[in-house]
Design a protein around this ligand. Structure first.
Ligand code: UD1
Ligand code: CA
Length: 466
């Protein structure tokens, strides 16, 4: 079998994006956990591109973001300055293209997926087809380039809205989605011949269609209308966000996850089967949820890794942390970065952890702050326990041994160690290490004054009578 021809992709992102009214370049706006431009770039790689060339107008932020995400050897950023139309952008992009075939995508179409591109690329396998274009049938095609065909149905050209010649052409519902696949050599030839002879005085990439249709067949591959939704302003961004979140929910449901109502699951989040994601839950970044785990109403998880059969009860916030199998958190727990809640541990309501390991089976069931701490296996942290990890200058560690019991309303002043199976009396302020198996009490001794309350009451009553 002949070797499959290599594929490069060009992603056009040199437009100014002025309608976003933003300091941030349009293609770097976040959408469901990724930037806009990442969607077409990822789709291109997933569709088999070995190299992606992104055409920008020279913003260093875009270059940095792309190289950080995909690595320098797979991404080339080229600058088009000034932007003189999509045809000119592709000419600039082609200077970096290394492969036999080229895919062309726009940087602001985040609903596009690799599966929308397979037919487009496969069309080039047909002998005599050097260009294929993705099209869609729209009820309202206004504003889009129209796909025009001859009497036999062969594509003859793509005509931009402003250049349409008559009502028959204006009535054509098949539009150019703005995604193309081409044999690189033929594309180079056609792009070099482009002229800015149109209503806008721009180099139109779409003129390549008419040029190549003269000598070969141009394939029109019809795709879903949703895939071509372009983001030009914040209203489009909101529409794309709704569609993407709905799509992500569906994808997880198909994979065996119960996803309620309006849960917002970012692109790239992983969820194992039989997990249940409650209404109003936000799963962001690189979050991973294990099998059978329930994340209940309103919880927000950012870069959190949760094991299997864990219960994240309503309204927990978990960031950059790990939670083990069978652990129970919340309601209203706050697990801050670098926390590790091990298997079967319990973190109850209004408990905050930061950079803290709560080992297997340990419990902090109510109202506690655990920062820079290591809580041993099966230890029990009473309600109101505060680890005083910060003295105003540096943060220090608190180590609590396995099986230790910290009585309610205690303060542990770091650095301090509580030995294995030790017991801290309720209401203690602990600033010295507690040995294994010892009882520590660090509070003022109670004094009872017999009859004192009664005496006071009588004194006050007598004073009132006078
Ligand atoms: C384009 C198509 C139109 C199609 C529509 C689909 C052309 C001439 N027309 O129109 O047939 O129906 O998309 O959405 O191609 N860009 C550059 N450099 C430039 C100009 C644009 O990089 O000099 C980039 C933009 O950032 C954008 C993309 O190319 O990502 C499309 O440009 P835009 O001006 O939005 O094209 P449309 O007028 O929407
Ligand atoms: Ca556009």
């Amino acid at each position: 079998m002949a070797k499959k021809p290599g594929l490069s992709a060009i992603v056009l992102a040199a437009g100014k994006g002025t309608r976003m009214k933003s300091q941030l370049p349009k293609v770097l706006h976040p959408l469901c956990g990724r930037t806009l431009v990442e969607y077409p770039v990822t789709a291109a790689f997933e569709a088999g591109a070995e190299q992606v060339v992104v055409v920008t107008s020279g913003q260093p932020e875009i270059t940095q973001a792309l190289e950080a995400r995909y690595g320098k050897d797979r991404i080339a950023v080229v600058v088009q300055d000034p932007p003189r139309g999509t045809g000119d952008a592709v000419r600039v992009g082609l200077s970096a293209v290394q492969h036999e075939r080229t895919l062309i995508l726009y940087g602001d179409t985040p609903l596009l997926r690799a599966q929308d591109l397979t037919g487009l690329i496969a069309a080039l396998d047909v002998p005599g087809q050097e260009l294929s274009i993705l099209t869609a049938l729209l009820d309202n095609p206004f504003g889009y380039g129209r796909v025009l065909r001859d009497a036999a149905g062969a594509v003859t050209e793509v005509c931009e809205q402003k250049d349409l010649r008559n009502d028959a052409e204006r009535a054509v519902r098949e539009v150019n989605a703005g995604m193309y696949a081409a044999v690189t050599e033929n594309l180079r030839g056609a792009v070099a011949e482009l002229k800015p002879n149109n209503a806008q005085g721009e180099y139109y990439l779409t003129d390549v269609v008419a040029a190549l249709a003269k000598t070969s067949r141009v394939a029109a591959v019809q795709g879903e209308a949703e895939a071509l939704l372009g983001v030009n302003d914040r209203a489009d961004l909101a529409r794309a966000e709704d569609l993407l979140y709905a799509r992500n929910r569906e994808q997880h449901r198909k994979a065996g996850v119960t996803v309620h109502g309006d849960a917002r699951i970012d692109s790239g989040v992983e969820i194992a089967t039989d997990a249940e994601i409650g209404p109003g839950v936000c799963l962001r970044g690189k979050t991973r949820i294990g099998a059978g785990t329930v994340v209940d109403v309103g919880s927000v998880l950012v870069d959190a890794v949760i094991g299997e059969r864990a219960a994240i009860k309503p309204y927990c916030v978990i960031s950059e942390s790990q939670v083990g199998d069978g652990a129970q958190l919340g309601p209203f727990a706050h697990v801050r970065p670098e926390s590790v809640i091990e298997a079967d541990a319990h973190i109850g309501n209004f408990v905050e952890t930061k950079k803290t390991r709560v080992r297997r089976g340990a419990k902090a069931n109510h109202l506690a702050y655990l920062g820079d701490a290591d809580v041993g296996e099966r230890a029990n942290i009473g309600a109101g326990t505060i680890v005083c990890n910060y003295d105003g200058f540096v943060k220090r560690q608190t180590i609590i041994g396995e099986g230790a019991f910290i009585g309610s309303d205690s303060q542990l002043i770091a650095p301090v160690r509580i030995g294995k199976n030790a017991y801290v009396g309720t209401g203690s302020t602990i600033n010295q290490d507690v040995p294994e198996d010892a009882l520590a009490i660090g509070r003022a001794r109670q004094v009872n004054k017999p009859e004192y309350a009664k005496m006071l009451r009588e004194k006050l009553a007598a004073a009132k009578k006078k």
